[in-house]
Design a protein around this ligand. Structure first.
Ligand SMILES: Cc1cc2nc3c(=O)[nH]c(=O)nc-3n(C[C@H](O)[C@H](O)[C@H](O)COP(=O)(O)OP(=O)(O)OC[C@H]3O[C@@H](n4cnc5c(N)ncnc54)[C@H](O)[C@@H]3O)c2cc1C
Length: 478
């Protein structure tokens, strides 16, 4: 992936002049460089840049007109959702030449089809708002995530979340898409048909999923909805160590099949730092353990709670007898999920977190984790490792914490070397260097290093076909 070329200021002036007075784009929807752009110039991961302008279209026709002007004047457009992405891909670089196109004013839920269990929502609709509107119908879009993304951002990143095990990622729940292409006409491709089966040729919508706005700007999507759970058991388990987690997961899958909804593993150090920094949270057990698992079993069928509870108790007894778990607690979901969701902010309170969003075949996860811990202990004894994540889908959020007093001493070069060494270990264990968050400035060097040449070549050719003038996204696949 390569950065954009610098664009002359005169091109930017021509682009902005062309937008002024366009139908569907009021003066208040165009923010020229300066303080008004500030809210759109940084994200939750503390990536920041300088936008040449921020444009806030209210409908698809306006996005198309913006695209036509951008292609004509060679202006780079960065699509932006709710800025909760964790690789910096929705933020302009520091050159002051890239224009942010924020979809945040495209917030219409165009239609809900109860009979088909589907919805057509615009790209700026927030996940929380969509699910709030669907709740009275006992439906939801089942991506469960600790942030509040927009539909366009969910698609751009192909988000996963804590219940991927049961429902899959965004790609699995996406029926259709409307997107604006980076051609001279700003062509709108309308692929919104709410079909669960449609094998009439290449499934073009997939090009826009997980590609961070590099192939077009998504303006609306048709989403497959699921029924809300009516029966649910949540439990917190103390395990002797990470090696036992896989056996426990397999036992849960054997007993509960596809009712197993979430299986999150949290290291002992990660739980300790969370409790230290959020004193209102309580440790579920009196004694600490090697690691912990937050497990949820759920079904949209009502009335199953007694059965689920009985089956879970029986299983936990067996696992305890085999010394695969040390302890277990049942409770409402709200009593355990905060222990998981407050991990990243707790860690950030004690220093500079270096985060790795990685994934493995499940059988490799514990081995990778142990090797990473040993390597760190040996090479960087002053740093602490915290890990947690969606264990059941092979996901691991690994955080190496640089205590405040070490940040200056370490410096950029040593941090880069540390990151490279961990990613090298990830690849040696057959893992992915970006499990959930896509590609952006924070991890682009590893795309260059670890992606097969043929894959890079095909991706670059596709991007050239879809965006020949290189007007979209932070990077070129090459
Ligand atoms: C506390 C926390 C927990 C999180 N947990 C998870 C998790 O469990 N699983 C997970 O997968 N992610 C997680 N994330 C990451 C993040 O929330 C997701 O990546 C989310 O999908 C980003 O959506 P957004 O609207 O904020 O998009 P942005 O950050 O604004 O953009 C993300 C990417 O999509 C592109 N994009 C945005 N809108 C469009 C559009 N209309 N058309 C084309 N491209 C577009 C952007 O250019 C960028 O490349 C978490 C983040 C936080 C802060």
């Amino acid at each position: 992936m390569q950065s954009a070329a610098i664009i002359p200021a005169s091109a930017l002036d021509g682009f902005l002049a062309e937008l002024t007075g366009l139908d569907g784009l009021a003066a208040a929807d165009i923010l020229p460089a300066g303080s008004a752009c500030a809210p759109y110039e940084s994200d939750i991961a503390n990536c920041s840049g300088k936008a040449a302008a921020v444009i806030l279209p209210r409908d698809t026709a306006a996005v198309s007109a913006i695209m036509r002007a951008a292609v004509r004047h060679g202006i780079r457009l960065i699509a932006q959702g709710n800025r909760s992405g964790l690789v910096g891909a929705a933020i302009a670089d520091g050159s002051g030449t890239q224009v942010i196109i924020s979809l945040s004013r495209m917030r219409q839920i165009r239609s809900i089809d109860l009979a088909n269990r589907s919805v057509i929502a615009e790209a700026g609709v927030l996940l929380s708002e969509l699910n709030r509107q669907l709740e009275p119908q006992s439906l939801h879009f089942p991506i469960d995530i600790g942030s509040d993304p927009a539909i366009g951002g969910l698609i751009g990143a192909n988000a996963g979340g804590s219940r991927l095990l049961r429902h899959g990622d965004v790609r699995h729940n996406l029926l259709g898409i409307e997107a604006v292409l980076a051609d001279a006409d700003g062509t709108v491709v309308e692929l919104l048909a709410p079909l669960r089966k449609n094998n009439t040729g290449i499934d073009l919508k997939q090009l826009f999923v997980g590609t961070g706005g590099a192939f077009g700007i998504v303006t609306a999507a048709t989403l497959d909805l699921k029924r809300l759970d009516q029966s649910n058991q949540t439990m917190f388990l103390a395990l002797p160590g990470h090696a036992a987690a896989l056996d426990v997961l397999l036992a849960f899958e054997q007993t509960f099949g596809d009712l197993l909804c979430a299986f999150e593993v949290i290291s002992a150090a990660a739980l300790d730092i969370t409790l230290r920094n959020f004193p209102a949270l309580r440790h579920p057990f009196d004694a600490s353990a090697g690691c912990y698992a937050l497990v949820e079993i759920a079904s949209s069928m009502p009335g199953l709670n007694p059965l689920l509870a009985q089956q879970a108790e029986d299983l936990l007894e067996q696992l305890h007898g085999r010394e695969q778990i040390a302890n277990a607690a049942f409770g409402p979901a709200e009593s355990f999920w905060p222990l998981r969701d407050n991990l990243p902010p707790a860690i950030a309170k004690e220093g500079l977190p270096l985060s790795f969003d990685v994934a493995f075949p499940r059988s490799q996860l514990a081995a990778f984790r142990d090797e990473a811990a040993q390597w760190l202990q040996h090479q960087h004894p002053l740093l602490q490792l915290y890990d947690f994540g969606h264990f059941a889908d092979g996901g691991c959020h690994l955080i190496v914490l640089l205590p405040h007093d070490q940040v200056e001493r370490y410096g950029i070069a040593r941090i880069v070397a540390l990151r490279s060494a961990i990613y090298q270990l990830v690849c040696e264990h057959g893992g992915s260097f970006s499990a959930e968050h896509g590609i952006g400035p924070l991890n682009a060097p590893y795309y260059r290093k670890y992606t097969a040449p043929k894959v890079k070549q095909i991706s670059a050719a596709l991007q050239h076909l879809m965006d020949p003038q290189a007007v979209l996204g932070r990077y070129r696949y090459s």
